[in-house]
Design a protein around this ligand. Structure first.
Ligand code: SF4
Length: 389
C-alpha cells in the first residue's frame, strides 16, 4: 500500500469506531502538510456523527479573583505584580456584586480564575486573604464559589494545580473544574523555554492533577496551548496523554485548543501566533484521535476566521462573556453572542447555551448540585430558554 492509501485507510478506520496509533497520527500530520483535504473531511464526518448539528457555548462572568502568581510563564500577561495597575484582588462584596450583575445579564457560569498559589510568594496576597478572613487562595475560592452559587451562577474554577483535598471541597459548589495541560513535553520547561520558571506547568505535575480529578470523578476541562515553541508531534503526544487519562477515568469533559497570541509586555512578544493551517491541522487531528471529545477553540482568538473551525471538527466555543473581558487575552474582546450564533448558523450549526458542565457529565456533579443543574436545563441538557432571555 502507498503511504497515501495507508493514511486514508487509518482515517477511515476511525469512522468505523477504531482507534489510530500515535505513529499513524504523526504520519497523518506529515501527509496533511501536502494535502489536508482527507483529514479535514474525516474530522467533519466525525464531528457530525458524535456532536450533531449544534455548537455550544457557556454564557459566563469572568471573576479575576487574584492575578498575583507564584510562577512565571514567558507568554503570560494575566499575571500582575503588586505595583501594576492591572492588579486584581476582589473582595467578597466585589464577588457578590459581580455575580448579581452577571445574573441580570443571563449568565450561567461563574468562571473563577487566579494565579498559582499567590500567597506563597506575595505578602500582599497573604494580607488580602487575611482581610477577607482566609488563610489560602483555595479557602477563599471555596467561599467565593458559594457566593456565586447562591446568586444563581454555576462556578467553574481554574486556579492552577490543586490538591485532591482542595478539589474535593471545590466540587461541592463547582460543577466542573479547569486545568490547561498546555503541553505534555518537559522540553517546554527547560532552559530558555516558556515554562522554565513555572514549576506548576511541569507536565508531571499537571497530569497528576488531571488524574487526581479522575480518581475523584470530577468533570474537568483541559487544553493545549498551541504555538509556544512546541513541535506538532509534541501536540499529538499531549492529546494522547489526555486521552490515556480519559480512558481510565472518563472525566475529561472538554479539550480547549488555544492558539498562542503574543503580548507586547512579555518575553515572547516577538514570537508570532501559530499559522492557521498548522492550528487547523492539529484541531482536526484532535477530533480524529478523540472522536467523541468536546473540542473547543476560543472564538475571540481567531476573530475573523473562527467559524471556519467548525469545518475541522470543533463543537464548542467555550465561555463567552457579555459582561467581563477575557483577562487572559484582554486585547481580544469576545464577539457578541448573536454574531457567534449567526456565523455558526451560516456554517450550518445551531448555537446552544450549555452550563459549565456538559450534559453528558451531569451524573458526575456533586449530589447537592444536581437538582439545580436539572432545574436550569432542558431535556437535552442545554440551558432552558427562560434562563437565556
Ligand atoms: S499562565 Fe498561569 S501559571 Fe503561568 S504566569 Fe500566568 S497566571 Fe501564572
Amino acid at each position: 500500500m502507498s503511504k497515501l492509501t495507508l493514511i486514508s485507510d487509518a482515517l477511515n478506520r476511525v469512522i468505523d469506531n477504531k482507534e489510530i496509533s500515535k505513529d499513524e497520527a504523526y504520519q497523518i500530520y506529515e501527509e496533511s502538510q501536502q494535502n489536508s483535504f482527507e483529514l479535514y473531511k474525516i474530522s467533519q464526518i466525525l464531528r457530525n456523527k458524535y456532536k450533531g448539528t449544534h455548537v455550544t457555548y457557556s454564557r459566563k462572568v469572568f471573576f479575576n479573583l487574584i492575578n498575583l502568581c507564584r510562577d512565571t510563564c514567558s507568554y503570560c500577561t494575566y499575571k500582575s505584580e503588586p505595583d501594576q495597575s492591572k492588579i486584581s484582588m476582589m473582595s467578597k462584596r466585589d464577588v457578590q456584586n459581580l455575580a448579581k450583575i452577571g445574573k441580570t445579564h443571563k449568565c450561567t457560569e461563574a468562571l473563577f480564575v487566579t494565579g498559582e498559589r499567590p500567597e506563597q510568594k506575595y505578602q500582599e496576597a497573604r494580607t488580602w486573604l487575611k482581610e477577607n478572613g482566609f488563610a489560602s487562595t483555595v479557602e477563599y475560592l471555596i467561599h467565593a464559589s458559594e457566593i456565586a452559587l447562591s446568586e444563581g451562577l454555576f462556578p467553574h474554577t481554574n486556579a492552577g494545580n490543586l490538591t485532591k483535598t482542595e478539589m474535593n471541597e471545590l466540587r461541592k459548589t463547582n460543577v466542573s473544574l479547569g486545568l490547561m495541560l498546555e503541553n505534555s513535553s518537559i522540553r517546554l520547561s527547560q532552559h530558555g523555554m516558556p515554562h522554565e520558571f513555572a514549576p506548576s506547568k511541569y507536565p508531571k505535575a499537571r497530569l497528576r492533577v488531571l488524574k487526581d480529578a479522575g480518581e475523584l470523578g470530577i468533570p474537568i476541562t483541559t487544553g493545549i496551548l498551541i504555538g509556544i515553541g512546541e513541535t506538532a508531534f509534541e501536540i499529538i503526544d499531549s492529546i494522547y496523554a489526555i486521552k490515556e487519562i480519559h480512558k481510565k477515568y472518563g472525566h475529561i469533559q472538554e479539550i480547549i485548543l488555544q492558539n498562542f497570541q503574543p503580548k507586547s509586555d512579555t518575553m515572547m512578544k516577538n514570537v508570532p501566533s501559530p499559522e492557521e493551517k498548522y492550528f487547523k491541522t492539529l484541531v482536526a487531528l484532535a477530533r480524529v484521535i478523540m472522536p467523541e471529545m468536546n473540542i473547543q477553540v476560543p472564538p475571540n482568538l481567531s476573530p475573523d476566521t473562527y467559524a471556519s473551525f467548525l469545518s475541522v471538527g470543533i463543537n464548542d466555543w467555550g465561555g463567552i462573556s457579555p459582561l467581563t473581558p477575557d483577562y487572559v487575552n484582554p486585547e481580544f474582546s469576545w464577539p457578541a453572542i448573536d454574531t457567534v450564533a449567526k456565523n455558526s448558523l451560516k456554517a450550518g450549526f445551531e448555537l446552544k447555551a450549555r452550563l459549565p458542565v456538559y450534559p453528558e457529565f451531569f451524573s458526575f456533579v456533586h449530589p447537592d448540585l444536581k437538582d439545580v443543574v436539572l432545574g436550569k436545563t432542558d431535556s437535552e441538557g442545554f440551558v432552558r430558554m427562560e434562563y437565556q432571555k
